[in-house]
Design a protein around this ligand. Structure first.
Ligand SMILES: [Zn+2]
Ligand SMILES: [Zn+2]
Ligand SMILES: [Zn+2]
Ligand SMILES: [Zn+2]
Ligand SMILES: [Zn+2]
Ligand SMILES: [Zn+2]
Ligand SMILES: [Zn+2]
Length: 1754
């Protein structure tokens, strides 16, 4: 279809070109009716440019539009060529000082915690870096898109509002100049004209609602009849649903459907069909039918193509306007003026109003275009920002209602602009006073929450999903309210007072609807049937928490407002609970001669609610009265006399009693919803405006009433009145056999009540309650948190309440109370409490949860014991109350209190076990302690002559009166001091008695009494005794714990044994894992060892005994015995790769015989080193497999390893494994024959081997020729001339036991299968190659690790590595015995041919393209297959040596050919060294052989140096290889790190230290070989610069460099767009740490097909970059991602830390993050060690949820 259109478009182009912008503009300048003229122009051209086919051609459209449509406008506006006009305007412009950069999704934004007025004030990265805030405490986040940089906005910053770039010149301190003065009259007039027409056109066409018709003035004469079937976005249907429906409806492929869906999701609409009306209508009906089943259908419209064309141009026009006004602030102002000008229809008829009001009807794309325009125009112009704010406020209700019913996310709604307006303090203040904004917001909010119960309270019961959805949207209004209130006014006008109080009234109305909502009744008998809905109410409470606090802040800033607010709040509270009208009956309570009237009300029987916001607000205001001293200054203005303390305390008290009863287990049948509510009531997110305020309200109440009365009411509400008002009630318990449950309940209730009293007296750290400031409050919180345990910064932050600016105020005080301990390689930085702060610890701190309290108690007692102190935790000394609360302390010495204390002590003395608990006593002791501290304080602070009325000590010394005649409290304490059952509390009782004496002393002012002193010594002694006892007790506990753990362990073992019954005859001991001969024996220093060749040092291997970890049997490793195996993991690897673009394309055809020097596809073998019998392992593996098959259906996915792929976990260490390596003796010894003749030299040897090879080849050729006549083989053989002693018909016996042979095959096949990713086939000729390759590659990778870490080659290797290398090498050397001899011989021949040319092998690579170490290993390990048929007396060792020398020489040639000798002219030609001269000679030969293509001859010194450096890795690898192959111990010199080991290595490897000697000794053959190597065409090409080659030494691969500052990564990622969906921002940009590629992870757009499955970008990338394993950084989450294969993955902690030594996964806290190099190195090390997969395995074993993640979609 597109091709059909082409000629038409071509034709059009010509007519367009004729249309000149200048002429058109000229015509317009003359026009009398400009509007008509322009509209005609648009009506003619727009449909001819836009929407010419099914798919848009944006580039072409834009180009034409610029030429034909926008060009004339620009000409018109400028009055000349815009190319000159606009720059002129720009020059004349005086730019505003606002940055106003609009944020892209994912762009980093910065806020200053010190200077930002509120957290919504942010800077772009550029401004931030140029601002003073970069040295402040800043916070970094990523933008969700929308919003702009506040740089230059003086209202947004307390300090430093400008960055360097936007800095004001001090000379031009602005007095708002009108930007229009900088424009000429003409330009103003023309701009005004054209803006007015174009803006109106855009608004009209975008808000046009008819689908098939155009506005009258745009109608065309000839109307083509094409339509679009337009699909719109909604947030209801999923991606999958839309894709599926589209495939059905418009017959497209899945890929096209994904394309449509992606565009719909991004732009909000997309045409899915183009054609005549019928055709489109048909698609529409299918889509609607298919999507209407469960939800409302997808929105589809059939629209006329010219309408769509105009709309597209309308959008283009808006963006054009946005860019034009960028030239000049004057143009911007004109646009603002045009936009806000009221139209002919009066109110709401301005263009801006019209757009806003149709916001919810527009599609996403259109919305964001005009929002952007608003932001760059109205919000950037200070004058019009204000006018716009007013329009916005006037339409507020409408806009919000539209938003609530609309289903798009908030960021796509114009309502979201509120944050830009309301957070400007001056605008917010103006809108409150002039538009009554506060009231409007609250009323709008209330309007949307219509569900009320009979009393008019909110009701969330039975509310539907739709309502829940709506409720979520309505919550954004609370956010608006928060913005409006966020900055408190410093100065109040009367108007502001008035409007604020009006808003306050509305707010009280809102709270009134919450007071008492969601009431609950205790469930008795049956458990509740359905958990009631509770979350909605709490959500509301939580969202309002900050608002309530802010409202209080506002009140506190003005006394008049505070007084009025207090009165209003009290009034509303009285309306809610005036005069106990709930129908409760009055009753009278009396104890100790006091009596009080109250009502009969039982929390356990009647309705009770946790929501009391009105009471709590009043409590808050009351404390403010106290704090600001308004209460003393203007008592006459306050309605204090109207306060009825019993009424104030009633509901908060009920709520606290409810909590107590829940703890006592009385509400168990009410289910979890109640438990949750109680939890949140105390939680740090809510407690500030819930629990804390209830405590304050009770404090307020007690301070205003007789404490005896209060206590009686409290007893009654706790339903404990009976117990304490009836003498001897406690005794009755023991005699009557009451329900144990009831007693237990009552005990808990008494404990809770005492705790409450402790809190009422002790919680004085709120400014206004006690004489403290905010700093002391926060200090106390931190001290108590750190009393539990040392904490990380983020943990502390989480436990402290945040204010509306997300600040806890912690940084200001933390240094004074805690020490910081830096983190190590893992873990986090920690704060530890300073010891001197311990004395401020209060065991009954009210924000402790139960668990925290007991942990803190334990920790503090332990601390005291460590300091050799007694373990009493007495109450701390408290600050005094504020005067308004001062009388509260009297509760401690009130009669009822003393009665309660006395009664409980009495129970403790009588100690009848039942109606009594230790914690009850502990609390009473604490209360007594508090009273004593109080009295002491009073005495110490009392002025002379002043009578201290707090006389607790006197009161507790008095015995009870008749008739009880109970002993005094003091006397009882003295009795209890020696009670054996109160051991734990002894120290506390002693402390009380001591303090009592001290007070007595102060009172009597008498000298120390001798009694006290003796008591002191007794105390010390007994505390020593106690220490001993304590230690004994601890030891006992430790013993018990150990026993318990042992019992558990043996239980677990039994379980394991049960599961693997057949494997266990004996008990499993956990230590028998080591092989008996790990160390290769003590090294005799001074001896020189030779690792290979005829002169090899002969070592007799010790007999090696190993223990099977499964059956625990010990066994000797022998050739003919049962096989012992090591668990091993084989994986493909690109860790050493120098060419990541290369990977195995077609594994079936891939030939691995020669490894390329770029090492691009290696196979690595690792092992945990744990040894098993082969048969034990086999049985273990079978049982794992069976178990898996049994649970296949249900749980198969939940495994960290893939059984079907042969994976299992090492039974001992749970290390991921996929095969086993057999344990072998040095295999060469088995085949050693006597050396009965002189050994040939290199030249001779090469000749002999060449002859043997030739013989083999001709034999093979004949065999192939005469396959049918196989019986004649022997005859044929005779015809070939055989070298002396060569017997090709000889087939050696395999010396290994069947079992070992089997294991050789098993491991060989596994290496082949994993390394090539093919199906296992033990017959495949590539199996032996893969085994040799894995051996070579693994040795190379270990050599790299050792070099990188500067470790010695033969230093102490971790024994698992040592075991692994030894087994792997010996295995690889033995494998040929189970392979076909012919195959191995053929491999050898071909390998050999790469160095010694052979006619029948012309397909070998040139020496530049061979990794010499791989070649060496393969040649050496394949050689026995040839040698075993050679009976001429040439030993294996001789062959090894010659092979080694030959390969070494080839490598030297390779190095010289590729050494990039940047000649250093400064080098002195100092040709003294023998090596240097020799190297130079060799180089000259090379120069000749290459036909002088090799570069000019550099210095010999230089050459020799590069040979030495280049060959080192090869020599080291070879040393490791021969060491493990032949078992010759390493010379001691190579075992330590330090100086160069070149000489030692050469000796060990039987090489001359002057390596060039090798050439000289064998010059006869070498010269011809060198010539053959250099003659190669590839070499020539390389030397002529036509191709690349690897040079030596190869550098180690590193992970990419990461920036120091994390935000530059975020910035980098925010500029990254999805490579597949045309410039779209990627949602989860992810950085490959191996190669640095940025990927668009976790999204549909970048999924690709891999082996028939859809996988995400990361998984796809791992296949090419990491052979299946990958290391990524998820930039937006700040999280490291490890991936392996398609199913495995885990997250790993990122190498970025904040200043507190913590990572920030998910970037939730936003503290600045900096690179931690050590942690990054650790990740790199994991990579180098090939431990990524293992790490994933461990992570998945530890955290099962990781197994469930669809890693392949990342
Ligand atoms: Zn900026
Ligand atoms: Zn700036
Ligand atoms: Zn700052
Ligand atoms: Zn065993
Ligand atoms: Zn293991
Ligand atoms: Zn990569
Ligand atoms: Zn993408």
């Amino acid at each position: 279809m597109a091709s059909e259109l082409e000629p038409e478009v071509q034709g059009l182009d010509r007519t367009f070109l004729e249309c000149s912008a200048e002429e058109t503009a000229g015509k317009w300048l003359q026009a009398t009716d400009l509007t008509r003229e322009v509209y005609q122009h648009l009506a003619h051209y727009v449909p001819r440019i836009y929407c010419r086919g099914p798919n848009p051609f944006p580039q072409k459209e834009d180009m034409l539009a610029q030429h034909v449509l926008l060009g004339p406008m620009e000409w018109y506006l400028c009055g000349e060529d815009p190319e000159f006009g606009f720059p002129k305007l720009e020059q004349a412009n005086k730019p505003s000082h606002l940055c106003g950069r609009v944020f892209k999704v994912g762009e980093p934004t910065y806020s200053c915690r010190d200077c930002a007025v509120d957290p919504t004030c942010v800077l772009c990265m550029e401004c931030f870096l140029g601002s003073i805030h970069r040295d402040h405490r800043y916070r970094m986040t990523t933008s969700g898109g929308g919003g702009f940089c506040d740089c230059g906005d003086t209202e947004a910053w307390k300090e430093g509002p400008y960055c360097q770039k936007h800095e004001l010149n001090t000379s031009e301190i602005e007095e708002e100049e009108d930007p229009l003065v900088r424009l000429s009259e003409d330009v103003i007039a023309r701009t005004y004209n054209i803006f007015a027409i174009m803006f109106r056109y855009a608004v009209e066409i975008l808000t046009w609602e008819k689908e098939n018709e155009l506005p009258a003035d745009l109608k065309m004469v000839e109307k083509s009849d094409t339509y679009y079937c337009m699909l719109f976005n909604d947030e209801v249907h999923t991606y999958e649903q839309v894709i599926y429906t589209l495939q059905k409806a418009v017959n497209c492929t899945q890929k096209e459907a994904i394309g449509f869906a992606t565009t719909v999701d991004r732009d909000g609409r997309r045409s899915v069909r183009y054609g005549d009306f019928q055709y489109c209508e048909q698609a529409k009906s299918v889509i609607v039918r298919n999507t209407s089943r469960q939800t409302k259908p997808l929105k589809v419209q059939v629209m006329h193509s010219s309408l769509v064309a105009h709309q597209n141009f309308g959008l283009k026009l808006l963006s054009w306007l946005g860019s034009i006004i960028g030239y000049s602030d004057g143009l911007r102002r004109i646009l603002c003026q045009v936009g806000l000008q009221e139209g002919p229809d009066g109110e709401n008829s301005s263009l801006v109003d019209r757009l806003m009001l149709s916001d919810s009807k527009l599609w996403k794309g259109a919305r964001s275009v005009y929002h952007q325009l608003f932001m760059s125009s109205l919000l950037m112009d200070l004058k019009y920002k204000k006018l716009f704010a007013v329009r916005f406020a006037k339409n507020y209700e409408r806009l919000q209602s539209d938003y609530v019913t609309d289903d798009h996310d908030r960021e796509f709604s114009v309502a979201d602009l509120s944050v830009q307006i309301f957070t400007v303090p001056s605008l917010a203040r103006m809108l409150i006073t002039e538009e009554n904004l506060m009231t409007i917001i609250i009323k709008t909010f209330m309007d949307h929450l219509r569900h009320r119960d009979g009393q008019g309270r909110f009701q969330f019961e039975r509310y539907t999903a739709l309502q829940a959805f709506k409720f979520r949207r309505v919550q954004s209004l609370i956010l608006d309210l928060k913005y409006v209130l966020i900055s408190r006014p410093a100065v109040w006008s009367d108007e502001l007072r008035h409007k604020f109080l009006e808003g306050f009234d509305a707010f009280l109305e809102l709270l009134k609807c919450m007071q008492g909502m969601d009431p609950i009744t205790r469930q008795v008998g049956q458990h509740i049937e359905m958990e009631p809905e509770w979350e909605a109410a709490f959500t509301l409470q939580m969202k309002l928490t900050h608002i309530i606090s802010m409202v209080q802040d506002w009140c506190a800033s003005d006394e008049k407002v505070l007084i009025e607010a207090y009165k209003k709040c009290l009034g509303v509270l009285m309306q809610c609970h005036g005069g106990f009208t709930d129908g409760e009956q009055p009753i009278t309570l009396s104890i100790c001669g006091h009596s009080v009237e109250t009502i009969r009300y039982c929390v356990s029987q009647e309705k009770v609610s946790i929501h009391l916001p009105v009471s709590r607000l009043l409590a808050g205001l009351h404390v403010l009265l106290s704090r600001s001293e308004v209460a003393y200054k203007f008592p006459e203005l306050l309605p204090l006399s109207e306060l009825s303390p019993p009424m104030l305390i009633e509901h908060p008290l009920r709520c606290l009693v409810l909590c107590a009863q829940v703890h006592a287990g009385m509400w168990r049948r009410n289910g979890f919803s109640l438990v949750n509510q109680i939890y949140y009531y105390h939680n740090v997110k809510c407690r500030r405006e819930m629990f804390d305020k209830d405590i304050m309200m009770l404090q307020t109440g007690v301070s205003m009433m007789d404490p005896n009365h209060f206590l009686m009411i409290m007893l009654s509400r706790f339903e404990l009145y009976q117990i304490f008002s009836t003498p001897d009630y406690g005794k009755r318990f023991s005699s009557e056999i009451t329900h144990k449950d009831v007693i237990q309940q009552n005990n808990t209730l008494i404990e809770e009540m005492l705790y409450l009293i402790i809190m009422l007296v002790g919680e004085r750290f709120i400014p206004g309650v006690g004489q403290v400031n905010a700093t002391e409050e926060i200090k106390r919180e931190i001290i108590h948190q750190l009393s539990i345990k040392p904490m990380a910064h983020s943990e502390l932050v989480k436990s402290l309440p945040e204010d509306e600016n997300k600040e806890t105020g912690m940084e200001n005080v933390i240094e004074t109370v805690a020490h910081f301990k830096k983190p190590g390689l893992t873990g986090r930085g920690m704060y530890e409490l300073k010891p001197e702060c311990a004395k401020e610890f209060n065991l009954y701190f009210y924000h402790f949860s139960r668990a925290e309290q007991s942990k803190a108690e334990e920790a503090q007692r332990k601390l005291r014991r460590q300091n050799r102190e007694d373990t009493a935790l007495p109450p701390p000394v408290l600050p005094p109350f504020c005067p308004l609360f001062a009388s509260l302390v009297n509760i401690l010495q009130s009669d009822v209190m003393l009665c309660i204390m006395g009664t409980i002590l009495q129970w403790a003395v009588e100690h009848n076990g039942y109606a009594w608990s230790e914690s009850m006593l502990q609390r009473v002791l604490h209360l007594i302690g508090m009273a004593l501290q109080e009295e002491k304080q009073h005495l110490e602070n009392a002025m002379e002559e002043h009578v201290v009325t707090f006389t607790f000590t006197q009161k507790i010394s008095k015995p009870g009166e008749a008739p009880n005649n109970s002993p005094s409290i003091l006397a009882m304490l003295e009795t209890l001091q020696n009670a054996p059952y109160l051991e734990v509390h002894k120290d506390m009782i002693r402390w009380i008695l001591k303090t009592f004496n001290a007070i007595k002393k102060i009172r009597e002012s008498s000298p120390t009494s001798p009694v006290a002193e003796t008591e002191g010594t007794i105390m010390e002694e007994s505390s020593r005794d106690k220490d001993k006892a304590e230690r004994k007790r601890k030891a006992e506990i430790a013993r018990l714990r150990r026993e318990k753990i042992m019992a558990q362990m043996s239980e677990m073992q039994r379980h394991f044994i049960d599961e693997n019954k057949e494997l266990f005859q004996q008990t499993l001991e956990l230590d028998g894992s080591s092989s008996a001969v790990l160390d290769s024996g003590p090294v005799v220093s001074g001896t020189t060892f030779t690792a290979l060749g005829p002169a090899q040092t002969q070592v007799s291997e010790h007999r090696q005994f190993v223990t099977c970890i499964l059956c625990q049997e010990e066994q000797e490793v022998k050739v003919e015995s049962k096989a012992m195996v090591l668990a091993a993991f084989v994986q493909r690897s690109t860790v050493l790769s120098k060419n990541r673009s290369k990977f195995i394309q077609d594994p079936e055809k891939y030939d691995p015989l020669f490894m390329h020097p770029d090492l691009s596809c290696g196979t690595h073998t690792g092992s945990c080193g744990h040894i098993m019998h082969a048969h034990c392992w086999q049985r273990y593996f079978d049982s794992v497999q069976n178990k898996e098959q049994r649970r296949q259906q249900r749980l198969r996915l939940h495994m960290s390893y893939d059984v079907e792929n042969g994976e299992f976990l090492c039974p001992l260490c749970e290390c991921l494994s996929n095969t086993v390596i057999p344990l072998l003796l040095p295999p060469r010894n088995i085949f050693s024959r006597l050396n009965f003749s002189d050994q040939p030299n290199l030249t001779q040897w090469i000749r002999i081997i060449s002859q043997q090879i030739k013989a083999l080849q001709s034999l093979r050729k004949e065999e192939n020729a005469s396959i049918p006549a196989s019986s004649e083989n022997s005859k044929n053989m005779e015809e070939v001339e055989l070298p002396q002693g060569f017997r090709p018909d000889f087939h050696p016996q395999n010396p290994y036991s069947e079992n070992i042979k089997e294991m050789l095959t098993t491991f060989g096949t596994a290496t082949y299968k994993v390394g090539l990713k093919v199906h296992p086939n033990e017959e495949d000729p590539r199996v032996p190659i893969m085994c040799w390759g894995s051996c070579a590659y693994t040795i190379q990778s270990i050599e790299r690790i050792l070099s990188d870490e500067d470790k010695p080659l033969f230093g102490p290797l971790p024994c698992r590595l040592d075991d692994c290398l030894r087994s792997l090498t010996r295995f690889a050397a033995a494998h040929w015995t189970v392979a076909s001899l012919l195959v191995v011989q053929r491999h050898f021949c071909k390998l050999f041919a790469s160095l010694v040319p052979n006619d029948s092998h012309d397909d070998v690579p040139c020496i530049l393209d061979i990794d010499m170490f791989h070649l060496l290993v393969s040649l050496v390990l394949a050689f026995p297959a040839l040698q075993c048929q050679d009976f001429s007396g040439i030993s294996l060792g001789t062959g090894d040596l010659h092979i080694f020398h030959l390969v070494t020489m080839a490598h030297i040639v390779q190095i010289l050919l590729t050494s990039c000798t940047e000649e250093n002219g400064m080098d002195q030609e100092n040709l003294t060294g023998e090596e240097e001269l020799a190297t130079l000679t060799l180089y000259k030969i090379l120069h000749q052989c290459t036909g002088s293509a090799l570069k000019e001859i550099p210095s010999g010194w230089h050459l020799w140096r590069s040979v030495r450096a280049g060959i080192m890795p090869f020599l080291k690898c070879s040393a490791l290889f021969f060491h493990y192959l032949n078992g010759v111990p390493a010379p001691s010199d190579i075992q330590v790190s330090g100086a160069s080991h070149f000489e030692h290595l050469c000796n060990y490897l039987s090489l001359p230290t002057n390596l060039i000697c090798l050439f000289q000794e064998n010059s006869e053959i070498m010269n011809s070989l060198i010539e053959s190597w250099c003659r190669n065409n590839e070499v020539k090409q390389y030397l002529e610069g036509e191709r690349d080659a690897v040079s030596y030494p190869r550098e180690s691969n590193k992970l990419i460099d990461l920036p120091e500052d994390y935000s530059s990564l975020i910035n980098q990622a925010s500029n990254f767009s999805c490579p597949k969906s045309g410039g779209d921002k990627s949602r989860a940009p992810t950085l490959c740490l191996v190669c640095g590629t940025l990927l668009c992870s976790q999204s549909y757009c970048c999924q690709t097909e891999l082996e028939g499955e859809d996988v995400g970008a990361c998984t796809a990338h791992t296949y090419s970059c990491g052979s299946g394993a990958g290391i990524f950084l998820r930039v937006r989450e700040c999280q490291v991602l490890f991936l392996a294969g398609k199913t495995k993955g885990c997250f790993y902690s990122p190498p970025y830390l904040d200043d507190y030594g913590e990572t920030d996964q998910g970037l939730r806290r936003g503290n600045p993050l900096h690179l931690c190099r050590d942690r990054f190195k650790k990740i790199q090390k994991l990579w180098h060690q090939h431990s990524i997969t293992e790490e994933i395995g461990h992570a998945q074993e530890a955290n099962q949820t990781l197994v469930g993640i669809d890693w392949q979609h990342l």
